[in-house]
Design a protein around this ligand. Structure first.
Ligand code: HEC
Length: 131
């Protein structure tokens, strides 16, 4: 068997491992800071916490992602449809750590006016993983 064929073989062997990558692996990327692990309840509170922006309007994560995580959301500024956040209906959700980090950065800043901590990211992902 030549090198090329062996490489193809190895790629096929890796496929099941790659498809296992999911929200739990993403959560494992973060380290809890409070010694208690991550909590879906704290994540729920953060997801729904209302913050008053400079324009006086209230913001939380649902203003774009909607109230039903299994349904599409709608971007509050652009009106663009956002695919459902629930991993059970959208299997690509939270499987790419670079994407997760990019949007946590952008959305925490916009919604809370600051970056989220690793603890908060883990709590929020734990909450979202239930859907
Ligand atoms: C202003 C609109 C808006 C708000 C508010 C918002 N998001 Fe998002 N979010 C988006 C968009 C747009 C995407 C990227 C499109 C997509 O993934 O479908 C996204 C994607 C994400 C992702 C990446 C999902 C993935 O598949 O990896 C995470 C995590 C996320 N948002 C968390 C949050 C959290 C936490 C909050 C509240 C602090 C929040 N978002 C508030 C618009 C928003």
């Amino acid at each position: 068997m030549n090198k090329y064929l062996r490489m193809i073989g190895a790629l096929f062997l890796m496929l099941p491992v790659l498809s296992l990558a999911g929200i739990d692996q993403t959560i494992a990327h973060y380290t809890p800071q409070n010694g208690l692990g991550f909590s879906a309840q704290r994540g729920d509170t953060l997801w729904h916490r209302k913050n008053t922006a400079k324009d006086g309007k209230e913001r939380d994560c649902t203003v774009c992602h909607g109230d039903d995580l299994k349904k599409p959301g709608k971007h509050i500024k652009t009106g663009k449809v956002i695919d459902p956040m629930a991993p059970s209906v959208n299997h690509k959700r939270f499987t790419d750590i670079d994407k997760v980090e990019k949007w946590f950065l952008r959305n925490c800043k916009w919604t809370f006016g600051r970056e989220c901590t690793d603890q908060e990211k883990g709590d929020i992902l734990k909450y979202l993983s239930q859907f």
